[in-house]
Design a protein. Structure first.
Length: 300
């Protein structure tokens, strides 16, 4: 079967980015000039996804508005002759047909995915988490879809992470590997370094078979007292083979401030319109002596 549907959970409170997220969803925070969720939706589109559902919560209307048409703005841009910008704005609403469902209670990632059950039906589907953005020649979701085409079973996107951050991720244990494709033996959600079976972390991209929904319905709360997708995948693995694809591409953890800043700098350097000026600024800035940098840090 082909993978044509995707689920993007976006119901979190975004507490790590307060106060910026007090009155706007964290998914709308921009990297350069583009909301983070747009990078995720674009990845889905470039991977061949045709139907998309975003699982939202309270205060998420801005996301719906972002992927909708904005006639007043389009008219204003047209009048001002700003055709390039007009095209940019129109392209967003023409990207793909986006559906929405609300997660009424914050009961965890597993529960958020369960909210998409009716939309997905009996097909394999992709999951893309908004805290992980990847710059890759071939979109990560596409890499996973290709692995799925070969194996016809659940495939999870992984990369190796440092010891210090193992406790922040779902970690996989594998029995064998065929180049970048590992056969999973076990999955643990956010283990301590001592408990972790490896350093291979689940990094926000999945292709999952629809059998997961019945399992999610019966999955009790796990780590953090939340219904964990990782726990449901562990149960699913007892019924079907499961693979982890070590995807290629640079991944940014934009769920934390440092990762967000790294993405901002590197995405800006990848942009034709600002690369040269920004590079010049960065080089000059970093050439200042350390005392000067200290002064900037304490100025105000
Ligand atoms: C979720 C998953 C975890 C995964 C991580 C990737 O955790 O539960 O298994 O490794 O995303 O970013 P969260 O970061 O939402 O707590």
């Amino acid at each position: 079967m082909e993978v044509k549907k995707a689920v993007i959970p976006a119901a979190g409170l975004g507490t790590r980015f307060l106060p910026a997220t007090k009155a706007q969803p964290k998914e709308m925070l921009p990297i350069v000039d583009t909301p983070t969720i747009q990078y995720i939706v674009e990845e889905a589109v470039m991977s061949g996804i045709e139907d998309l559902i975003i699982v939202t919560g309270r205060h998420k209307r801005a996301i719906e508005d972002h992927f909708d048409k904005h006639l007043e703005l389009e008219l204003a841009l047209e009048r001002k002759g700003k055709h390039g910008m007009l095209e940019t704005v129109q392209d967003i609403s023409n990207l793909i047909n986006v559906h929405y469902v609300r997660q009424k209670e914050a009961k965890g990632l597993g529960h958020a995915i369960l909210c998409a059950k009716t939309f997905v039906g009996n097909e394999p589907f992709a999951v893309l988490l908004g805290d992980d953005i990847v710059r890759a020649k071939k979109p990560v979701t596409k890499q996973l879809i290709e692995a799925f085409a070969e194996k016809q079973t659940t495939v999870i996107g992984v990369q190796e992470v440092e010891d210090e951050v193992v406790h922040k991720y779902g970690i996989v244990d594998y029995s064998s590997s065929d180049e970048d494709l590992y056969k999973i033996r076990n999955l643990v959600e956010k283990p301590s370094l001592e408990e972790a079976p490896s350093n291979i972390a689940i990094l926000g991209r999945y292709i999952i078979t629809p059998e997961i929904f019945d399992i999610l319905e019966d999955t009790p709360p796990g780590k953090g007292n939340e219904i964990q997708l990782t726990d449901a995948l562990q149960t699913l693995m007892e019924q079907e083979e499961m693979y982890a694809q070590a995807f290629s591409g640079k991944r940014y953890d934009i769920g934390n401030k440092l990762g967000f800043l790294e993405a901002t700098v590197e995405f800006a350097l990848a942009r034709d319109d600002i690369r040269e000026d920004f590079k010049k600024y960065l080089i000059e800035f970093l050439q200042q002596d350390t005392d000067m940098l200290e002064e900037i840090a304490v100025a105000e």
